[in-house]
Design a protein around this ligand. Structure first.
Ligand code: NAD
Ligand code: ZN
Length: 267
């Protein structure tokens, strides 16, 4: 399959595989691009249907929710509808396989994601979520986790219709919202600590399918670089990430599959 790629990409994949065969710690950061081939739109894709005239960045904020909770809740229910039947793709599966292989080789591969979907878990990976979970809810005012029958149905994803009626908190009357970190909100402390520790102590940092525009996650590659790591980026499009040493400019599905095949063959 390597032969089907451009000579440059093929050489770069082999260079990356050689580096990763060394059992030194690795930190992998994934973004919306890794789920694109599963059919989940990224935030840079234009929205479709009813939501065409809105920008995702303008809806995923606490200010938008306070201004118009129904609009933001409806948008998330629509996204849940869109995501509920999506399956992991070749990139999620290759990463999960690599985590399994690395356990046997006593290599640490820490996977951090900015994604709120659960495709890494579905593929069998251990993953730390920096931006929360699409399938969980909590009160916007007091933070109490929320689960009722509708929610239980949604989280089992058997529901094919996601109601857009607002729900209120039993404790304080506040509105229930998705348990997601919106633009302008702080990251969960423990998840961020895990990410910082993994980035600061890794020998290779791999950024997959992220625009590198959303901070603080985008700063993890810089932290890794400052601590001597080699940085690999997998993204078909250029990004503003200036610390990259190896660019694998193609879709994550094909690149991850080939990369893990090469690592497997070398170890
Ligand atoms: P982003 O939307 O800003 O950027 C996506 C990146 O993926 C782009 O640089 C694009 O070139 C790249 N890409 C597209 N297709 C790809 C492919 N097949 N293989 C590899 N790369 C590909 O996403 P982001 O950087 O993760 O940041 C935006 C925020 O959006 C995050 O906080 C995240 O929580 C949220 N988000 C999550 C999901 C999800 O959970 N699946 C989906 C949309 C947005
Ligand atoms: Zn409450």
């Amino acid at each position: 399959m390597l032969a089907e790629l451009s000579p440059k990409l093929s050489v770069e994949i082999q260079r990356a595989a050689k580096l990763l065969t060394n059992p030194a710690p690795v930190c992998v950061l994934t973004g919306a691009g890794i789920s694109a081939e599963s059919g989940i739109p990224t935030f840079r894709d234009k929205q479709t249907g009813l939501w065409q005239r809105y920008r995702a960045e303008d809806l995923a904020t606490p200010t938008a929710f306070v201004r118009d909770p129904k609009l933001v809740w409806s948008w998330y229910q629509w996204r849940r509808q869109l995501v509920h039947d999506k399956k992991p793709n070749a990139a999620h599966c290759a990463l999960a396989k690599w985590q399994q292989m690395s356990k046997a080789n006593h290599q640490s591969v820490t996977l951090i994601t900015q994604n709120v979907d659960d495709l890494h878990e579905q593929a069998g990976s251990m993953v730390t979520h920096l931006h929360g979970h699409l399938w969980r809810n909590r009160c916007h005012d007091c933070g109490t986790p929320f689960e009722n029958e509708v929610e239980a149905l949604n989280s089992s994803k058997d529901a094919i219709y996601f109601d857009d009626e607002l729900i209120t908190c039993q404790h304080c009357g506040g509105y229930i919202r998705p348990d997601i970190v919106w633009f302008g909100e702080s990251l969960p402390m423990q998840a961020w600590q895990t990410a910082e520790d993994a980035a600061a102590s890794c020998k290779v940092f791999i950024s997959i399918g992220t625009s590198s525009l959303v901070y603080p996650a985008a700063g993890l590659a810089q932290l890794a670089k400052q601590n001597g790591a080699t940085i690999i980026e997998i993204n078909p499009n250029p990004t503003p990430n200036t610390v990259v040493d190896i660019t694998l400019a193609a879709n994550a599905g094909i690149v991850m599959q080939l990369l893990i095949e090469q690592i497997d063959a070398r170890s």
